[in-house]
Design a protein around this ligand. Structure first.
Ligand SMILES: [Zn+2]
Length: 351
Protein backbone atom coordinates (compact mmCIF):
# COMPACT_ATOMS: atom_id res chain seq x y z
CA UNK A 1 0.00 0.00 0.00
CA UNK A 2 1.63 3.28 -1.12
CA UNK A 3 2.20 6.23 1.24
CA UNK A 4 -0.82 8.09 -0.12
CA UNK A 5 -3.18 5.33 0.99
CA UNK A 6 -1.86 5.13 4.54
CA UNK A 7 -3.94 6.80 7.22
CA UNK A 8 -2.47 9.34 9.66
CA UNK A 9 1.22 10.21 10.20
CA UNK A 10 1.20 12.92 7.51
CA UNK A 11 4.42 14.57 8.66
CA UNK A 12 6.42 11.33 8.83
CA UNK A 13 5.18 10.02 5.49
CA UNK A 14 6.04 13.34 3.84
CA UNK A 15 9.49 13.18 5.37
CA UNK A 16 10.07 9.63 4.12
CA UNK A 17 8.93 10.51 0.62
CA UNK A 18 11.10 13.62 0.43
CA UNK A 19 14.19 11.83 1.65
CA UNK A 20 13.65 9.04 -0.88
CA UNK A 21 13.24 11.68 -3.61
CA UNK A 22 16.48 13.39 -2.55
CA UNK A 23 18.36 10.13 -2.12
CA UNK A 24 18.96 11.00 1.52
CA UNK A 25 17.01 8.25 3.27
CA UNK A 26 19.12 7.08 6.24
CA UNK A 27 20.03 3.42 5.71
CA UNK A 28 19.29 2.39 9.31
CA UNK A 29 15.86 3.36 10.59
CA UNK A 30 13.64 2.69 13.58
CA UNK A 31 9.88 3.14 13.22
CA UNK A 32 8.69 3.40 16.82
CA UNK A 33 5.32 4.10 18.39
CA UNK A 34 2.21 2.41 19.76
CA UNK A 35 1.19 -0.94 18.38
CA UNK A 36 -1.41 -1.13 15.62
CA UNK A 37 -0.86 2.35 14.19
CA UNK A 38 0.56 1.45 10.78
CA UNK A 39 4.33 1.34 11.34
CA UNK A 40 4.80 -1.93 9.49
CA UNK A 41 2.65 -0.74 6.61
CA UNK A 42 4.78 2.40 6.43
CA UNK A 43 7.88 0.20 6.24
CA UNK A 44 6.39 -1.74 3.33
CA UNK A 45 5.36 1.51 1.63
CA UNK A 46 8.96 2.69 1.98
CA UNK A 47 10.21 -0.52 0.37
CA UNK A 48 7.73 -0.04 -2.46
CA UNK A 49 8.64 3.61 -3.03
CA UNK A 50 12.32 2.59 -3.17
CA UNK A 51 11.76 -0.21 -5.69
CA UNK A 52 8.67 0.69 -7.70
CA UNK A 53 9.30 0.50 -11.45
CA UNK A 54 7.10 3.50 -12.21
CA UNK A 55 7.03 5.78 -9.16
CA UNK A 56 4.61 8.68 -9.11
CA UNK A 57 4.29 12.16 -7.67
CA UNK A 58 1.23 11.96 -5.49
CA UNK A 59 -1.13 13.73 -3.18
CA UNK A 60 -2.95 12.10 -0.33
CA UNK A 61 -6.41 10.96 -1.28
CA UNK A 62 -7.89 11.26 2.19
CA UNK A 63 -11.11 13.26 2.19
CA UNK A 64 -10.09 15.34 5.20
CA UNK A 65 -8.58 18.59 3.82
CA UNK A 66 -6.33 18.93 6.88
CA UNK A 67 -4.57 15.74 6.04
CA UNK A 68 -3.40 16.70 2.57
CA UNK A 69 -0.03 15.30 1.86
CA UNK A 70 2.32 16.10 -0.99
CA UNK A 71 4.59 13.26 -1.90
CA UNK A 72 7.45 13.92 -4.33
CA UNK A 73 7.87 10.15 -4.68
CA UNK A 74 5.36 7.42 -4.07
CA UNK A 75 5.00 3.85 -5.30
CA UNK A 76 2.55 3.25 -8.12
CA UNK A 77 1.05 0.38 -6.12
CA UNK A 78 0.33 -1.62 -9.26
CA UNK A 79 3.59 -2.70 -10.95
CA UNK A 80 5.07 -6.14 -10.47
CA UNK A 81 7.57 -4.90 -7.87
CA UNK A 82 4.86 -3.11 -5.84
CA UNK A 83 2.49 -6.03 -5.83
CA UNK A 84 5.17 -8.57 -4.95
CA UNK A 85 6.38 -6.39 -2.09
CA UNK A 86 2.79 -6.16 -0.87
CA UNK A 87 2.51 -9.96 -0.95
CA UNK A 88 5.87 -10.52 0.71
CA UNK A 89 7.23 -12.14 -2.45
CA UNK A 90 9.93 -9.75 -3.66
CA UNK A 91 13.47 -11.14 -3.51
CA UNK A 92 14.99 -7.85 -2.37
CA UNK A 93 12.62 -7.26 0.55
CA UNK A 94 13.01 -9.45 3.61
CA UNK A 95 10.95 -9.30 6.76
CA UNK A 96 11.97 -10.95 10.00
CA UNK A 97 9.44 -11.55 12.77
CA UNK A 98 9.65 -13.31 16.14
CA UNK A 99 9.48 -17.10 15.97
CA UNK A 100 7.23 -19.34 18.04
CA UNK A 101 9.23 -18.67 21.17
CA UNK A 102 8.42 -14.96 20.84
CA UNK A 103 11.97 -13.84 20.23
CA UNK A 104 14.13 -13.09 17.19
CA UNK A 105 17.16 -15.35 17.34
CA UNK A 106 20.69 -14.53 16.36
CA UNK A 107 20.54 -17.05 13.47
CA UNK A 108 17.68 -15.07 11.90
CA UNK A 109 19.73 -11.90 12.10
CA UNK A 110 22.86 -13.56 10.69
CA UNK A 111 20.83 -14.55 7.62
CA UNK A 112 19.89 -10.90 7.12
CA UNK A 113 23.44 -9.68 7.58
CA UNK A 114 24.67 -12.21 5.02
CA UNK A 115 21.94 -11.22 2.56
CA UNK A 116 22.76 -7.54 3.04
CA UNK A 117 26.23 -8.16 1.61
CA UNK A 118 24.77 -8.74 -1.86
CA UNK A 119 23.57 -6.19 -4.34
CA UNK A 120 19.83 -6.10 -5.04
CA UNK A 121 18.69 -8.94 -7.32
CA UNK A 122 16.36 -6.85 -9.40
CA UNK A 123 15.25 -3.79 -7.43
CA UNK A 124 17.18 -0.63 -6.61
CA UNK A 125 17.46 -1.14 -2.86
CA UNK A 126 17.37 -4.17 -0.61
CA UNK A 127 15.11 -3.50 2.35
CA UNK A 128 15.30 -5.52 5.55
CA UNK A 129 12.38 -5.07 7.89
CA UNK A 130 12.66 -6.37 11.44
CA UNK A 131 9.13 -6.36 12.84
CA UNK A 132 8.70 -6.38 16.61
CA UNK A 133 12.40 -5.55 16.78
CA UNK A 134 12.15 -5.38 20.58
CA UNK A 135 11.97 -9.19 20.41
CA UNK A 136 15.58 -9.34 19.19
CA UNK A 137 17.64 -11.20 21.76
CA UNK A 138 20.60 -9.17 23.05
CA UNK A 139 23.12 -11.25 21.11
CA UNK A 140 21.17 -10.62 17.91
CA UNK A 141 21.14 -6.90 18.59
CA UNK A 142 24.88 -6.92 19.14
CA UNK A 143 25.39 -8.87 15.93
CA UNK A 144 23.51 -6.15 14.05
CA UNK A 145 25.57 -3.23 15.32
CA UNK A 146 28.25 -3.23 12.67
CA UNK A 147 25.73 -3.60 9.85
CA UNK A 148 23.59 -0.77 11.20
CA UNK A 149 26.64 1.41 11.60
CA UNK A 150 28.06 0.83 8.14
CA UNK A 151 25.39 -0.70 5.95
CA UNK A 152 26.35 -1.83 2.47
CA UNK A 153 25.35 0.61 -0.22
CA UNK A 154 21.95 -0.38 -1.52
CA UNK A 155 20.71 -1.81 1.78
CA UNK A 156 18.14 -0.27 4.11
CA UNK A 157 17.28 -1.64 7.54
CA UNK A 158 13.97 -0.72 9.17
CA UNK A 159 13.43 -1.82 12.77
CA UNK A 160 9.74 -1.62 13.71
CA UNK A 161 8.98 -1.52 17.42
CA UNK A 162 6.24 -0.56 19.85
CA UNK A 163 8.62 -0.97 22.80
CA UNK A 164 11.65 0.86 21.54
CA UNK A 165 12.90 1.56 25.07
CA UNK A 166 13.80 -2.09 25.42
CA UNK A 167 16.27 -1.97 22.50
CA UNK A 168 19.93 -1.58 23.38
CA UNK A 169 21.04 2.04 23.33
CA UNK A 170 23.88 1.00 21.04
CA UNK A 171 21.27 -0.10 18.48
CA UNK A 172 19.14 3.00 18.88
CA UNK A 173 22.09 5.34 18.55
CA UNK A 174 23.00 3.87 15.16
CA UNK A 175 19.53 4.39 13.70
CA UNK A 176 17.39 7.39 12.77
CA UNK A 177 14.19 7.06 14.73
CA UNK A 178 10.79 8.07 13.36
CA UNK A 179 8.19 8.22 16.12
CA UNK A 180 4.71 7.27 15.00
CA UNK A 181 1.99 8.74 17.20
CA UNK A 182 -1.46 7.41 17.95
CA UNK A 183 -4.08 7.76 15.26
CA UNK A 184 -7.10 9.96 15.84
CA UNK A 185 -10.45 8.30 16.43
CA UNK A 186 -11.59 9.35 12.95
CA UNK A 187 -8.46 7.83 11.42
CA UNK A 188 -8.98 4.51 13.22
CA UNK A 189 -12.63 4.48 12.13
CA UNK A 190 -11.68 5.19 8.52
CA UNK A 191 -9.25 2.24 8.44
CA UNK A 192 -11.86 -0.07 9.99
CA UNK A 193 -14.37 0.91 7.32
CA UNK A 194 -12.02 0.84 4.36
CA UNK A 195 -9.95 -2.24 5.15
CA UNK A 196 -12.08 -4.32 7.50
CA UNK A 197 -15.63 -3.86 6.24
CA UNK A 198 -17.06 -2.09 9.29
CA UNK A 199 -20.24 -0.06 9.07
CA UNK A 200 -19.65 3.57 10.01
CA UNK A 201 -21.58 3.43 13.28
CA UNK A 202 -19.79 0.28 14.38
CA UNK A 203 -16.40 1.65 13.34
CA UNK A 204 -16.88 4.80 15.38
CA UNK A 205 -18.00 2.85 18.44
CA UNK A 206 -14.94 0.61 18.41
CA UNK A 207 -12.57 3.45 17.44
CA UNK A 208 -13.68 5.39 20.52
CA UNK A 209 -12.24 2.66 22.73
CA UNK A 210 -9.19 1.89 20.60
CA UNK A 211 -6.72 4.31 22.15
CA UNK A 212 -5.64 5.38 18.68
CA UNK A 213 -4.67 1.89 17.54
CA UNK A 214 -6.30 -0.08 14.73
CA UNK A 215 -4.74 -3.22 16.20
CA UNK A 216 -6.41 -2.60 19.52
CA UNK A 217 -9.75 -1.90 17.84
CA UNK A 218 -9.55 -5.25 16.05
CA UNK A 219 -8.63 -7.00 19.32
CA UNK A 220 -11.65 -5.42 21.00
CA UNK A 221 -13.88 -6.65 18.25
CA UNK A 222 -12.43 -10.15 18.53
CA UNK A 223 -12.95 -10.10 22.31
CA UNK A 224 -16.51 -8.97 21.79
CA UNK A 225 -17.24 -11.79 19.38
CA UNK A 226 -15.62 -14.32 21.70
CA UNK A 227 -17.77 -13.02 24.56
CA UNK A 228 -20.94 -13.20 22.48
CA UNK A 229 -20.14 -16.74 21.42
CA UNK A 230 -19.50 -17.87 24.97
CA UNK A 231 -22.80 -16.39 26.09
CA UNK A 232 -24.70 -17.97 23.20
CA UNK A 233 -23.11 -21.32 23.96
CA UNK A 234 -24.16 -21.19 27.62
CA UNK A 235 -27.68 -20.06 26.71
CA UNK A 236 -28.08 -22.90 24.24
CA UNK A 237 -27.05 -25.42 26.88
CA UNK A 238 -29.59 -24.14 29.42
CA UNK A 239 -32.39 -23.54 26.91
CA UNK A 240 -32.09 -26.97 25.35
CA UNK A 241 -32.49 -28.62 28.76
CA UNK A 242 -35.27 -26.32 30.03
CA UNK A 243 -38.46 -28.15 30.92
CA UNK A 244 -41.30 -25.67 30.46
CA UNK A 245 -42.01 -22.38 28.73
CA UNK A 246 -41.19 -20.29 31.80
CA UNK A 247 -37.78 -21.90 32.17
CA UNK A 248 -37.07 -21.35 28.49
CA UNK A 249 -37.99 -17.68 28.62
CA UNK A 250 -35.66 -17.25 31.60
CA UNK A 251 -32.86 -19.17 29.95
CA UNK A 252 -32.73 -16.78 27.00
CA UNK A 253 -32.82 -13.57 29.02
CA UNK A 254 -29.04 -13.11 29.02
CA UNK A 255 -29.22 -12.58 25.24
CA UNK A 256 -30.76 -9.16 25.84
CA UNK A 257 -28.10 -8.23 28.41
CA UNK A 258 -24.74 -6.57 27.82
CA UNK A 259 -22.23 -9.08 28.93
CA UNK A 260 -20.06 -9.52 25.88
CA UNK A 261 -17.19 -7.28 26.90
CA UNK A 262 -15.21 -5.56 24.16
CA UNK A 263 -17.05 -2.57 22.83
CA UNK A 264 -20.40 -3.89 24.11
CA UNK A 265 -20.85 -0.83 26.29
CA UNK A 266 -21.44 1.35 23.24
CA UNK A 267 -23.93 -0.85 21.47
CA UNK A 268 -27.67 -0.39 21.47
CA UNK A 269 -29.83 -3.24 22.77
CA UNK A 270 -30.77 -4.09 19.21
CA UNK A 271 -27.15 -4.30 18.07
CA UNK A 272 -26.25 -6.37 21.09
CA UNK A 273 -29.06 -8.87 20.48
CA UNK A 274 -28.12 -9.00 16.79
CA UNK A 275 -24.55 -9.91 17.76
CA UNK A 276 -25.81 -12.67 20.05
CA UNK A 277 -28.16 -14.04 17.40
CA UNK A 278 -25.28 -14.17 14.95
CA UNK A 279 -23.31 -16.24 17.47
CA UNK A 280 -26.32 -18.53 18.08
CA UNK A 281 -26.73 -19.04 14.38
CA UNK A 282 -23.11 -20.04 13.93
CA UNK A 283 -23.28 -22.49 16.86
CA UNK A 284 -26.53 -24.08 15.70
CA UNK A 285 -25.15 -24.59 12.24
CA UNK A 286 -22.26 -26.45 13.84
CA UNK A 287 -24.57 -28.46 16.11
CA UNK A 288 -26.45 -29.70 13.06
CA UNK A 289 -23.16 -30.70 11.43
CA UNK A 290 -22.21 -32.73 14.50
CA UNK A 291 -25.74 -34.15 14.91
CA UNK A 292 -25.80 -35.45 11.35
CA UNK A 293 -22.32 -36.93 11.63
CA UNK A 294 -20.87 -34.74 8.87
CA UNK A 295 -17.17 -33.92 8.68
CA UNK A 296 -16.29 -31.90 11.79
CA UNK A 297 -13.54 -30.10 9.86
CA UNK A 298 -16.44 -28.04 8.49
CA UNK A 299 -17.17 -26.60 11.94
CA UNK A 300 -16.86 -22.84 12.26
CA UNK A 301 -16.29 -23.27 16.00
CA UNK A 302 -13.92 -26.18 15.81
CA UNK A 303 -12.36 -25.30 19.17
CA UNK A 304 -15.72 -26.03 20.85
CA UNK A 305 -16.07 -29.45 19.28
CA UNK A 306 -16.62 -31.46 22.48
CA UNK A 307 -19.12 -28.93 23.83
CA UNK A 308 -20.95 -29.00 20.50
CA UNK A 309 -21.07 -32.80 20.69
CA UNK A 310 -22.82 -32.51 24.07
CA UNK A 311 -25.34 -30.07 22.63
CA UNK A 312 -25.90 -32.33 19.65
CA UNK A 313 -27.18 -35.05 22.01
CA UNK A 314 -30.13 -32.79 22.81
CA UNK A 315 -30.50 -31.39 19.32
CA UNK A 316 -31.08 -34.21 16.92
CA UNK A 317 -30.59 -33.16 13.29
CA UNK A 318 -34.14 -31.85 12.84
CA UNK A 319 -34.26 -29.85 16.02
CA UNK A 320 -30.97 -28.16 15.18
CA UNK A 321 -32.20 -27.20 11.71
CA UNK A 322 -35.50 -25.92 13.12
CA UNK A 323 -33.66 -23.85 15.69
CA UNK A 324 -31.30 -22.48 13.05
CA UNK A 325 -34.26 -21.43 10.91
CA UNK A 326 -35.90 -19.81 13.93
CA UNK A 327 -32.77 -17.75 14.63
CA UNK A 328 -32.81 -16.64 11.01
CA UNK A 329 -36.41 -15.47 11.37
CA UNK A 330 -35.52 -13.72 14.64
CA UNK A 331 -32.69 -11.87 12.87
CA UNK A 332 -35.11 -10.74 10.17
CA UNK A 333 -37.62 -9.56 12.74
CA UNK A 334 -34.92 -7.60 14.50
CA UNK A 335 -33.98 -5.93 11.21
CA UNK A 336 -37.63 -5.00 10.73
CA UNK A 337 -37.57 -3.12 14.03
CA UNK A 338 -39.46 -5.62 16.17
CA UNK A 339 -38.53 -5.04 19.82
CA UNK A 340 -35.42 -7.03 20.84
CA UNK A 341 -37.21 -8.39 23.93
CA UNK A 342 -40.15 -9.69 21.90
CA UNK A 343 -37.78 -11.29 19.40
CA UNK A 344 -35.82 -13.09 22.12
CA UNK A 345 -38.98 -14.23 23.97
CA UNK A 346 -40.40 -15.59 20.73
CA UNK A 347 -37.14 -17.34 19.91
CA UNK A 348 -36.92 -18.99 23.33
CA UNK A 349 -40.13 -20.91 22.59
CA UNK A 350 -38.84 -22.13 19.20
CA UNK A 351 -35.59 -23.84 20.18
ZN1 LIG B 1 5.06 0.26 -8.56
Amino acid sequence: MPFRDLVGHRRLLGLLSRSIAHGSLPPSLIFSGPTGTGKYRAALATAQALNCSSPVIAESRLPDPDSRLNLPVDACGACSACSRIGRGAHPDIQTVTPGDAGSIRIEQVRDLIDAAAYRPFEGRRRVFIIDDADALVAAAQNALLKTLEEPRPGSVFILVSSMVDTLLTTVRSRCSELRFGRLTMAEVASVLMRDHGYEERDARAVAALSDGSVGRALDLRAAEHAGARQLAFEVLGVASAAGDARARLDSMKPLTGKRSGGSGGLRTDREQVALHLQALSSLLRDVSIVATGANTQLLANLDLESGLANLAKRFDGNRAVRAFTAVDRAQNALDRNVSPKIVVDWLSLQL
